[in-house]
Design a protein around this ligand. Sequence first.
Ligand SMILES: Nc1ncnc2c1ncn2[C@@H]1O[C@H](COP(=O)(O)OP(=O)(O)OP(=O)(O)O)[C@@H](O)[C@H]1O
Ligand SMILES: [Mg+2]
Length: 260
Amino acid sequence: MSETAEGTATAADPVLLIRDVTKVYGEGEAAVRALRGVSLTVEPGDYVAIMGASGSGKSTLMNIIGCLDVPTAGTYLLGGVDVGALDEVRLARVRNRRIGFIFQSFNLIPRMSALANVELPLAYGGVRAAERRRRALAALGLVGLSDRVRHQPNELSGGQQQRVAVARALVTSPTLLLADEPTGALDSTSTKDILAIFDRLSLSGRTIVVITHEDDVAAHAKRVVRLMDGRIVDDRRQAPVDGPPPLIDDRSSTGAMSER
Ligand SMILES: Nc1ncnc2c1ncn2[C@@H]1O[C@H](COP(=O)(O)OP(=O)(O)OP(=O)(O)O)[C@@H](O)[C@H]1O
Ligand SMILES: [Mg+2]
């Protein structure tokens, strides 16, 4: 794969390699041990749902996986790169290049078209204008929004906004798609749309980690990891890493949204 200032990632490296990670918020009497020794390996192509009750540490783990926060102790390798050894600037670069984020609340920039929103991570990455446009249009096509590229977020439904957010997450070709309750704000029809897109992305070889408390969402993943009180208490495989996700609809799995 690519050689960067952050080190060399090879195809053989797990996407995530987390060892004995702990996270303590605060100090002394007020200290909260949000993660109490989490170890997790995610291989390329896996589709993992992380579940757990409120307060179990899901967002804390998501922030660490997403390089938005650092562990108190333990090691974290993202595509073979030791994230703990990076300074802020390099961490931001790794985040931008290797991770595509999808949030419950979409987090699109208002008064900017869908196209401009999707181009944004490429602009940060220094991609030139014509190439940005080409890739952003392709990503919007992938989520079925070719006819909405000029619309601003407030001119789109919630489900369409989330599809723009998925396109924005994909456009940099990240090693990992990381989603935090991606369907939490959607109705059942839009939820189905997003899950169908995730299924197809998984089928095309994307690595996906999704945090969810919905069983319906987790049912689509190849593997379900459960957190309780800052520890992994269950790790169940629903489909092989190198096969299709369990609920893929074969009739819709070919064609426009297939990436490779
Ligand atoms: N910034 C913080 N400062 C202090 N404690 C925190 C902080 N963030 C989280 N915590 C605590 O860490 C624990 C894990 O929180 P976390 O947000 O990871 O839970 P969660 O599983 O995402 O919950 P939810 O499903 O409600 O989003 C909780 O006890 C929480 O109160
Ligand atoms: Mg949370």
